[in-house]
Design a protein around this ligand. Structure first.
Ligand code: ATP
Ligand code: MG
Length: 570
């Protein structure tokens, strides 16, 4: 499939904004009103972020407003937990609906009245046909549907039955209310669609007041009209519903006439953006919860350390297309990395420690180095990093018998400890099995700050932490949740789950500032990647999530022409 990202759209301009421009120029509206209409049956995911940024973004740009409307027409699947999570996540993403918080259930009475209006006009009827039979009678794309034998009930009989449906006289599924449109219509949505079904269920807002609930198709457009929505922006799968959307507006005394416009759903490689499937992952405990950092939910991305600004920038870059496509996950990570490279404070953490003893550094002594928090931003300030005789470096940064292109530490070789001193490895200590247990080194006291007065160069700069001051930490590295870019393409989604989506490193050592500084921030662990503190952290034991690695695979995909390569220590 072609990628939308190969030709980035002009900043913020797309066909939807052009339609709105034209509508305003023609004075069809005085102000633009949009809405974001989630069904509270799960957490929001990154696909919803596209819809949120579009609806709230358009409202901001045109000086209008955007409503948050819960599409709460299916009480069996909806929960207060989801309502709360949705509000939290929309706010986190940076948007505010002000006083414009609505629910489809706010309109149940009005929707009911309009249903009676349709019955009175001979445009709706109560059907007792069992549901499976009704489905069979709908026909197919090549065959017209058949009329129900209840289709010609009198207005009075329909009204009587519909009122008794409301009163709760009949069991679930016994009858439905259908619009009377055209069973031979080419568009299946016009073949007498269901408007109301009987459902004896407790609704989070209306309790047991209702025994019948409107369908999505019936509730949605009328809710738009009640709220004077001018542009009802929805995903492409609703294009076929538009004639029905308009049929209701034509046949009901609605107070306004919204216009539905469809745009492409967001799809991303290695991700599944379906609430139904995400619910299954949570319920069957394939992940730790809705906010598991491997989840494509906004709560998961937040916990993983993705800043909301980076998500908004991602949505801006993918643009609004009319045709569905699939975005590379590397493009998402590239955007996050680019943002964090600019904004994330730097610090040092050793993920797989190797101890190093500096033989000529006095025992019991320590000192502090002021190290800049960001190489390109002085305003980010500096922090004090303690140094002493025993430090940890990364295991990977030492080789006893290095191949030609390995420039880091090796016996007899001098390297720079970032911001501290130049240091030379003198010998290697091993245990009985031959495994390296520590390195013995010497440092050059004349190189304080990391530069030699004689100007001699070293090939490599290593990050480090002082053993006496370091704080132990667990590091959680996240790999894609799925082992193939197109999960489920050749079988069950669950079979494509990546068994190695979570790697845990338990013995990391991090610089002490990480135990005290701003818990919300995402940091660059120098030479390692971007990390943020997980809420599982306790006083004595920190836990960090890797947001993204430093290496930029997207830049490679783009032929290396893109910026965003992380700043490397000297
Ligand atoms: P799912 O298929 O995951 O259950 P949904 O569309 O049923 O998603 P809603 O709560 O109805 O979930 O979605 C609210 C709004 O978000 C709708 O307007 C919908 O079109 C939009 N939306 C949902 N998924 C995406 C996506 N992947 N890309 C863009 N917009 C989306
Ligand atoms: Mg939906």
């Amino acid at each position: 499939m072609p990628s939308e990202t190969t030709a980035p759209p002009e900043a913020g301009r797309d066909f939807i904004r052009e339609i709105i421009d034209a509508d305003l120029a023609a004075r069809r509206h005085q102000t633009v009103v949009t809405r974001f209409p989630p069904e509270p049956n799960g957490y929001l995911h990154i696909g919803h972020a596209k819809s949120i940024c579009l609806n709230f973004g358009v409202a901001q740009e045109f000086g209008g407003r955007c409503h948050l409307r819960f599409d709460d027409t299916n009480p069996t699947k909806e929960e207060q937990e989801f309502i709360d999570a949705i509000e939290r996540d929309v706010r986190w993403l940076g948007f505010d609906w002000g006083k414009h918080l609505y629910h489809a259930s706010d309109y149940f009475e009005q929707l009911y009245e309009w249903a009676e209006h349709l019955i009175g006009a001979g445009k709706a009827y109560v059907d007792d046909t069992p549901l499976d039979e009704m489905r069979a009678m709908r026909g197919s794309l090549t065959e017209p549907g058949r009329h129900s034998r209840f289709r010609d009930r009198s207005v009075d009989e329909n009204l009587d039955l519909f009122r008794r449906m409301r009163a709760g006289e009949f069991p679930n599924g016994a009858r439905v209310l259908r619009a009377k449109i055209d069973m031979a219509a080419g568009n299946m949505n016009l073949r007498d669609p269901v408007l109301y079904r009987i459902l004896h269920a407790t609704h989070p807002r209306t309790g047991t007041a209702w025994s019948i609930y409107p369908t999505y198709d019936y509730a949605h457009g009328q809710s738009d009209a009640i709220e004077h929505i001018t542009h009802s922006l929805c995903t492409l799968e609703f294009a076929d519903h538009q004639p029905l959307y308009d049929w209701f507006l034509d046949n009901l005394p609605v107070p306004s006439r919204p216009r539905q416009i469809e745009f492409a759903r967001l799809n991303i490689t290695y991700m599944v953006l379906s609430k139904r499937f995400l619910t299954e992952l949570v319920q069957k405990k394939h992940v730790k919860g809705w906010d598991d950092p491997r989840m494509p939910t906004l709560a998961g991305l937040r916990r993983r350390g993705v800043p909301p600004e980076a998500l908004r920038e991602f949505v801006r870059r993918i643009g609004m297309a009319r045709a569905n496509s699939i975005i590379e996950v590397a493009m998402f990570e590239h955007t996050v990395r680019e943002h964090l490279n600019r904004s994330a404070p730097r610090c040092m953490a050793v993920l797989r420690p190797l101890k190093l003893v500096i033989e000529n550094y006095p025992e019991g002594q320590s000192e502090e180095f002021e190290i800049a928090n960001h190489p390109e931003n002085e305003a980010a300030g500096a922090r004090k990093v303690p140094f002493s005789r025993e430090i940890y470096i990364e295991r990977d940064d030492f080789m006893e018998d290095p191949p030609k292109k390995f420039f880091r530490l090796a016996p007899g070789r001098e390297v720079r400890l970032r911001g501290a001193y130049l240091l030379t490895c003198r010998s290697v200590t091993k245990d009985a099995s031959g495994a390296i247990t520590e390195l013995r080194c010497t440092y050059d006291p004349a190189t304080r700050g990391g530069d030699a007065p004689d100007g001699r160069k070293v090939q490599s700069t290593l990050h480090w932490v002082s053993a006496a001051h370091a704080v132990p930490a667990e590091i959680r590295i996240y790999n894609p949740l799925f082992s193939r870019p197109d999960p489920g393409a050749e079988g069950e989604l669950l079979d494509d789950l990546n068994p190695n989506s979570l790697e845990t490193l338990s013995g990391a050592q991090v610089e002490p500032s990480l135990a005290t500084n701003n818990a919300e921030a995402t940091f660059q662990f120098e030479r390692q990647g971007y990390f943020c503190r997980d809420p599982d952290s306790t006083r004595g034991r920190l836990v960090f999530n890797r947001t993204v690695a430093l290496r930029d695979t997207w830049a490679k995909v783009q032929g290396g022409g893109k910026p965003g390569t992380p700043a490397k220590p000297r």
